[in-house]
Structures are given as structure tokens and as C-alpha cells.
Design a protein around this ligand. Structure first.
Ligand SMILES: Nc1ncnc2c1ncn2[C@@H]1O[C@H](COP(=O)(O)OP(=O)(O)O)[C@@H](O)[C@H]1O
Ligand SMILES: [Mg+2]
Length: 221
């Protein structure tokens, strides 16, 4: 469902060029839960951005369900992202002025797809992440673990084919981390969503079906 071929990404920072990805070739099967590990600065977030159509490669190919992300324009990438991809980040990225429920519905609001069915799905997801009683609260009234659970509901509201999570437990204590990982795994299996999970934690990585270890912009194992 996701494939890259000899993917390279370089950043130009003033005079210096940073080669963040140096030839990544991988295949992810539908329904797999894959952990991406590796030291800080090895290119994990860069890879996730390319796989999630948030950025384009310097060279190489990325195919998401057969769509060539490397050769689509910004409008097409945005459309594909809104339809097929869910994101979870380390710092939650919920909008402070919206309620929890509005935050969860946001991906659908952006593409004008909020209807009674969507509201019912938001309610179901909020129940799954144990936040049904917090629907009308604002983000500042929630704990870190609750914020991340709300972010997971938001990432899944549009039934994406792939969920990309960049260190989703990086800002949580170990109890909340376990709950968040358990939730991502359980919901992904239930919804048959493919998951790519960037993590520093070996115990988190061990819960995945498969691990891809990056070192210095390349796959080490
Ligand atoms: N926008 C950017 N401009 C310049 N360099 C960048 C940019 N984003 C990332 N980098 C560099 O690319 C390398 C990989 O970064 P990143 O993908 O964020 O690594 P990781 O997520 O594994 O910590 C690092 O050396 C980082 O400093
Ligand atoms: Mg990173």
C-alpha cells in the first residue's frame, strides 16, 4: 500500500546542505503496524513527511496506494492527504479555541464533509479513546495523555488508509504512553488502518509487527 524507491531528501540551510535521507527503499503492506526507530537526526521525521505528502523528495519515488506522491502538485497532495492520511504528532497540535469534538471533526470540516454520520463517528471515536465525557471541553482542560487520545481520534475521523505517528509518546509519562500505544494498535487493527510509528522507545517499537531502523538517512535494518 506504500512503497518508496531510492528516496533522497536534502535540505539547503544557508551554505550547508543536509542530506537527511540517502536512498530509502521500502514496502509497507496494508494493515501492517511498522515502527521506525533510530537516533535523533537520522531522518525519521523527514521520511514521515515524505510518506505523508507533507513534503516532496529531492529524488526517488513514493507511491501511496499506487499514487505517485513524488510527481503530484500541491493541490493533489493536499487532496490525497485529506482523504487518505492521518497524522499524530509529539505535541498533539490541537487547536486551543476549538472543543475536543470540534478538533476531532476538523479534518472533515476542512473538506466540507461534516454531517450527522460524521458526528456519530466522532462520538464513537471519542468513546473509544475514553473521552466521550470531555467532548465539549477545550484542550487546556485536558492532560497530556487525554490530548494525545483526542489527537488519535482526530487522526482517524476520516478513515485514513494510513496513520503516521511521529513520536506520539515522546511527551508523555510511561503510563500514558502505554495507553496511547495500546489505543493506536487496537483502533488500527479494528479499522484496518496501516500504521507507521516513529519512536525512541524500544518497548514501544517491540509492539509493532515490524521495525525499520534508520541510521544517518539510510535503512540499517
Ligand atoms: N527544514 C530543515 N532544514 C534543514 N535541515 C533540516 C530540516 N529538517 C530537518 N533537517 C535536518 O535533517 C536531518 C534529519 O532530520 P529529522 O528528519 O528531523 O530527524 P529525526 O526525526 O530522526 O530526528 C537532521 O540533520 C536535521 O537537522
Ligand atoms: Mg523527528
Amino acid at each position: 500500500m506504500l512503497e518508496t524507491r531510492d528516496l533522497h531528501k536534502s535540505y539547503q540551510a544557508g551554505e550547508a546542505r543536509v542530506d537527511a535521507l540517502r536512498g530509502i527503499t521500502l514496502k509497507i503492506l496494508a494493515g501492517e503496524i511498522v515502527a521506525i526507530t533510530g537516533p535523533s537526526g537520522c531522518g525519521k521525521s523527514t521520511l514521515l513527511h515524505l510518506l505523508g505528502a507533507l513534503d516532496t523528495p529531492t529524488s526517488g519515488q513514493v507511491y501511496l496506494e499506487g499514487h505517485p506522491l513524488h510527481s503530484l502538485n500541491d493541490d493533489k497532495l493536499t487532496a490525497l492527504r485529506r482523504l487518505k492520511i492521518g497524522f499524530v504528532f509529539q505535541f498533539f497540535h490541537l487547536l486551543p479555541t476549538l472543543t475536543v469534538e470540534e478538533n476531532v471533526l476538523l479534518p472533515l470540516l476542512l473538506s466540507g464533509r461534516v454531517n450527522p454520520l460524521a458526528r456519530a463517528r466522532a462520538h464513537d471515536l471519542l468513546t473509544s479513546v475514553q473521552l466521550a465525557d470531555r467532548s465539549h471541553h477545550r484542550p487546556h482542560q485536558l492532560s497530556g495523555g487525554q490530548l494525545q487520545r483526542a489527537a488519535i481520534a482526530r487522526a482517524l475521523i476520516h478513515q485514513p488508509s494510513i496513520l503516521l505517528a511521529d513520536e506520539p509518546t515522546g511527551n508523555l509519562d510511561s503510563a500514558s504512553s502505554n495507553a496511547v500505544i495500546e489505543l493506536i494498535t487496537r483502533l488500527a487493527r479494528k479499522e484496518k488502518t496501516t500504521v507507521l510509528l516513529v519512536t525512541h522507545s524500544q518497548s514501544v517499537a517491540a509492539t509493532a509487527d515490524r521495525q525499520i531502523q534508520l541510521v544517518d538517512g539510510r535503512i540499517q535494518s
